[in-house]
Design a protein around this ligand. Structure first.
Ligand code: 5GP
Length: 184
């Protein structure tokens, strides 16, 4: 809207001062809206960070992990409270709580991603085989446990977990990664 009405008598000076006044109002209004926009943006980012699962934070590198492998869809790393040395978690990068809510195409790719990792674990950790367990009772981000096992008790998640020092984690991580990289 023009800062004057048709037929209104005004001086050039008056005209300029009205323009300047309206410009000032628009400037203050703009700054006010920008501040609100910024506040909403910060709130949005903070909310996103807060609701991210611990596994998403690990995938993003915000929380350290003993990484085994990753591709564009999945991330594999050692469980921090292992049932057995080499106990590995495989997590889809997309954040979905329940395993059976994961789309079929991911399920298929998930096993294909897990297979060479399971073979690498089997090659370097003394065990009869590698078992797969899915629970998700603790972390609401679908994940698969790959556990080297000798008996069913090795996947009895109610028994006390192993306590491993960082050096022991690193040693088993390096062996699994090496075995994985040496596969054709
Ligand atoms: P679930 O949700 O299947 O019952 O178990 C979650 C698993 O994630 C547990 O075995 C637990 O030790 C593991 N876990 C929980 N928090 C972390 C973490 O911050 N880092 C790693 N590496 N593992 C975790």
């Amino acid at each position: 809207m023009l800062p004057y009405s048709a037929g209104e008598a005004f001086s050039f000076q008056e005209f300029c001062s009205r323009i300047l006044r309206d410009f000032e109002i628009a400037r203050i209004g703009g700054a006010f809206l920008s501040l609100w926009g910024l506040a909403l943006f910060i709130l949005f980012c903070w909310g996103k960070l807060m609701i991210m699962t611990i596994f998403s934070k690990i995938i993003k590198g915000e929380i350290p992990s003993y990484k085994i492998a990753e591709n564009d869809q999945f991330f594999a790393f050692l469980d921090i409270n292992p049932m057995m040395p080499g106990h590995t978690l495989i997590v889809p990068k997309v954040e979905i709580d329940r395993f059976f809510d994961v789309p079929d195409v991911f399920l298929q790719n998930w096993l294909a991603f897990a297979k060479p990792i399971a073979r690498a674990i089997e090659a370097v950790v003394p065990c009869d085989r590698v078992g797969i367990t899915v629970m998700g009772l603790e972390v609401p981000h679908a994940h698969m446990h790959l556990v080297p096992i000798n008996s069913a008790d090795d996947v009895n998640f109610t028994r006390p977990k192993l306590k491993m020092e960082p050096a022991a984690f690193i040693a088993v991580q390096e062996k699994i990664v090496e075995a994985l990289n040496s596969q054709v």
